[in-house]
Design a protein. Structure first.
Length: 658
């Protein structure tokens, strides 16, 4: 979240507005960890009015001081009220009379002689405002149908950042994506950067990481359509159907949701209800059919899919799923008449409901058939094929034909073009019918037409990742000594002891991550090899530059050991952060003091957490002091603590007796 301050400058009418910002506004923003400034601090080339308009549009929070009749302040406040519907906070001290148009607005009053006196109240007010979705713009309050412009049209993500995200996605490096998301924090274009990263994580199915990204987007705007739509799917994949429903329902409230997207979104509610329905009857296999028919989720899923199809009849997916559930419900009612009958107050009501369902199914069958034919015709005109249209046509035949051979033939005609995921999707749906005993003959013929199901491989469990950081071997003549050469064997023994202790009771596959500097890093890799723990090497710089910076300065055979370490690794087991120690321009613009070694620490940490999650342990060979520069062992330990990684400290002062 970023703030923009609208205020007079200097001293006017006895009020020192620079002091008010220094003693009141800035401390409040710092307390809430919200960066913010005025146009007076924008120093790069450009038109200050353009910068002002941009800030008033994109700032998440605007603080306006309306103490005096300052034309610029009221002009900027009017622009803000006309562009954004919420999160504008007014302050003033007793001075000029408040203009008529703002008399009904709420504001916080300060004492010009002691602005800091109301600091706690300002902190509380800004916190409440930043967390609120309540409209405070009089323009939008008076014109409730008016919608604010989309911020994303004005927030451009740097091309270099976008290329880094795309490289990480192509190489399936979820940890690199997490690093980029962290580095984009507090940039003006943070929200759009989060979108770019979040989309990439969704494509990689890095669901836990994607959830964190899109939930952060919602911190800026709880009604964000894309965030709620994607979270609906992400929560479903993570097994939290309640959260998924909530996100989907919020998305459905959006006024600008196109009809096709509304149909798809409505179908997501149907999918969640269908999942709950399956969970119910699969839990009691001996009474699966009876439980399935009695479940309220069957009717709910059917209704939600039907609503989706009503929204857009080109969305054959929702129509086909509604038809499938109509079919299951009717066939189960025929197979289990007593179970069906007891769901109604009398036999007559049960028969009436059955007849109504049959009539609805007949109409739906015709509509879905027409929708599928229209989809195929559109593809034909474009000379294209879509395997899902073809598979859906086969599913439709299975649901509606009374000739098993024809149903099987429909699958045989297209299944050869389907990939394993698509075949598995078809098979899973057919197995639902089989387990419930509906469409028996068609299902048996259709399953026989599918390729043999592959033997399920046991899914690999989560990795337990050991990330190492530690002192380099001392350069000759270092005073005072920190890691002298004669302490190498002590360090090796202590690293081994801690690794063995931390590994006890860990059944998950283990992986070590570390750099390859002389001293602790190389010792860690060598100890892991002794213990049978595979390791990956993370280099901040290209090999030769890294040797010059972090290996060669130490006396001994460290360069030879470094080269042997890299030669023993496969190509994908050695990672390199950068070609040079120059930071990307977008990072230099954000923080000139942020360097390659700090970035290297965060890079390694985020990759360890992406691979191991809560099963990540940092082992630090450390004297407990700051290093020779930014990005050292202390920085890594501090960053690990902030990100929640478990940390084991090997205190070199104690271990080395220094």
């Amino acid at each position: 979240m970023k703030a923009f301050i609208v205020r007079p400058f200097g001293e006017k009418n006895g009020i020192n507005f620079d002091r008010v910002e220094r003693e009141l506004i800035n401390p409040a923003l710092e307390a809430l960890d919200i960066p913010g400034n005025t146009t007076g601090l924008i120093t790069y080339a450009g038109n200050i009015r353009t910068d002002m308009f941009e800030q008033l549009l994109v700032a998440d929070l605007v603080i306006a001081d309306i103490s005096i009749h300052n034309a610029n302040v009221f002009y900027e406040l009017g622009v803000r009220h006309g562009l954004r519907d919420k999160r504008t906070f007014l302050i003033r001290c007793a001075g000029d009379e408040v203009p008529f148009d703002l008399k009904t607005d709420r504001y916080l009053e300060y004492d010009k002689a002691n602005p800091a006196a109301i600091l706690p109240a300002l902190i509380g007010g800004l916190k409440a405002t930043s967390e609120s979705d309540r409209r405070d713009s009089p323009v939008f309050l008076l014109l409730p149908e008016l919608q604010p412009p989309k911020r994303e049209a004005f927030l451009i993500v740097p091309q270099e950042f976008g290329r880094e995200v795309e490289r990480a996605r192509e190489k399936k490096r979820a940890g690199d994506l997490a690093l980029l998301a962290a580095e984009a924090r507090n940039t003006q274009w943070e929200v759009e950067a989060l979108r770019v990263v979040g989309r990439a994580q969704c494509r990689l199915k890095a669901n836990s990481a994607a959830r964190a990204i899109w939930e952060r987007v919602l911190e800026f705007d709880g009604d964000d359509l894309e965030a709620n739509l994607l979270l609906g799917t992400i929560y479903q994949r993570l097994g939290d159907l309640t959260a998924s429903d909530d996100a989907i329902k919020k998305a459905l409230k959006a006024r600008d949701l196109p009809s096709a997207k509304r149909a798809e979104t409505q179908a997501l509610l149907g999918r969640n209800a269908k999942t709950r329905w399956q969970d119910e009857w699969m839990a009691v296999p001996e009474k699966a059919a009876e439980t399935a028919l009695q479940s309220s989720y069957l009717a709910e899923a059917q209704e939600q899919y039907e609503l989706g199809f009503q929204e857009d009849q080109n969305h054959f997916y929702s129509g086909l799923n509604a038809l499938a559930l109509f079919t299951v419900r009717l066939q189960l009612a025929q197979t289990l008449p007593e179970t069906w009958d007891l769901q109604f107050r009398n036999n007559k009501a049960a028969q009436a409901e059955f007849a109504e369902l049959e009539e609805k199914r007949a109409k739906l069958t015709a509509a879905v058939e027409h929708s599928l034919e229209a989809a195929a015709e559109r593809l034909k005109k474009r000379d294209e094929r879509d395997i899902w249209v073809d598979l859906s046509n086969a599913d439709f035949c299975c649901l509606t034909l009374e000739e098993p051979k024809r149903a099987a033939a429909a699958y045989k005609a297209v299944i050869g073009r389907a990939d394993p995921f698509e075949v598995d999707s078809v098979r899973r749906q057919l197995l639902i019918y089989q387990q419930l005993g509906v469409l028996r003959e068609n299902v048996a013929a259709a399953l026989a037409a599918l390729p043999e199901a592959p033997v399920e491989e046991k899914k690999a469990g989560p990795l337990h990742v050991f990330l190492f950081t530690g002192h380099q071997m001392d350069k000759p003549g270092r005073t005072p000594p920190r890691f002298p050469a004669e302490k190498e064997e002590i360090a090796r023994r202590r690293i081994k002891e801690e690794l063995e202790r931390a590994s006890k009771g860990v059944d998950a596959p283990k992986l070590g991550l570390a750099g390859a500097a002389s001293g602790g890093d190389i010792l860690f890799h060598e100890v892991c090899a002794e213990l049978g723990i595979p390791t990956h090497v993370y280099l901040a710089l290209p090999e030769n530059k890294f040797i010059n910076e972090s290996v060669a300065p130490a006396e001994g055979n460290w360069v030879e050991r470094f080269r042997a370490l890299l030669q023993s690794r496969k190509e994908n087991e050695v990672r390199q952060l950068a070609e040079t120690d120059d930071m990307p321009k977008w990072l230099r613009d954000k923080d000139p003091d942020y360097g390659i070694w700090q970035r290297n620490n965060l890079w390694m940490l985020h990759n360890a957490l992406a691979l191991g999650g809560k099963h990540s342990t940092l082992i630090a060979l450390w004297n407990g002091e700051g290093g020779d520069g930014p990005g050292g062992t202390k920085d890594m330990v501090d960053q690990a603590g902030e990100l929640g990684a478990r940390t084991i400290i090997i205190d070199t002062k104690t271990a080395f007796g220094s």
